[in-house]
Design a protein around this ligand. Sequence first.
Ligand code: NAP
Length: 246
Amino acid sequence: MVRTLLILGGTADARALAAAVRRALPDVRVVTSLAGRTASPRMPEGEVVAGGFGGPSGLAGYLRAEGVDALIDATHPFAAEISKSAAEAGQWAGVPRLALVRPPWVFGQDAKVRHVRSMDAAKSALENGGRRVFLAIGRQEVGRFKDLQGRYFLLRFIDAPAAPPPFADCRVLTGPPGTLDEERELLRDYAIDTLVAKNGGGDASRAKVDAALDLGISVILIDPPPPPPPPRAETVEVALAWLDRL
Ligand code: NAP
């Protein structure tokens, strides 16, 4: 029987999983780990640790020291480093690991979505068009677009960035994604003609893509990196069943 579960979090799925485990398996100690980059993250139920482990060996050390006997990697599909750490650390420490990976969004054949494989491919796609761009890719990789001057960028981050973005003509908004109506209004207000976003799946941030498609705005969607190695689950229910079987 599992006594201590570590969830690698930072997503709505991780919060839902922590709550579901506490409800279904109340004797399990649930610890969620956050990277610690967001000033006021939404807190999951159960215990929380933050700030990283120091790579796979640090995570393996934590698993042993805390007597963790199950590990669920419920991080964002684009958080590839921590997922790699989880797979390695689980093996080294002999702790069963599951990746909770939500599927990417799927759109109808007629949807005007351009799928690209990487940030660089998104940048190349923008070079050929897009005068008023909503660059909705989070904080960390905005610098990779810095050569693309001569156009307007709208950026939105959860927290205000430490340094101004590297664009001459831009506006920074802070806060979470909005509803479909709010995203439609935002795209109209800023006269956006191109949206660049990560195909991260899930419900929380899809509205901006649907709003852009409704308005006939070009959408450039970056594919997620390859998923972590199996075993994998696509839903909280399947992850809970995996845990219950251990
Ligand atoms: P990343 O590139 O995969 O990870 C970089 C480093 O941050 C990791 O090596 C690890 O440090 C630390 N880290 C990341 N997630 C952690 C976690 N849940 N608990 C403890 N340490 C963690 O990750 P990222 O893309 O920067 O994402 C950071 C966090 O934001 C993740 O928790 C992810 O779920 C969430 N998030 C990411 C995105 C996105 O688009 N990437 C979107 C929404 C939410 P050590 O090596 O020191 O352990």
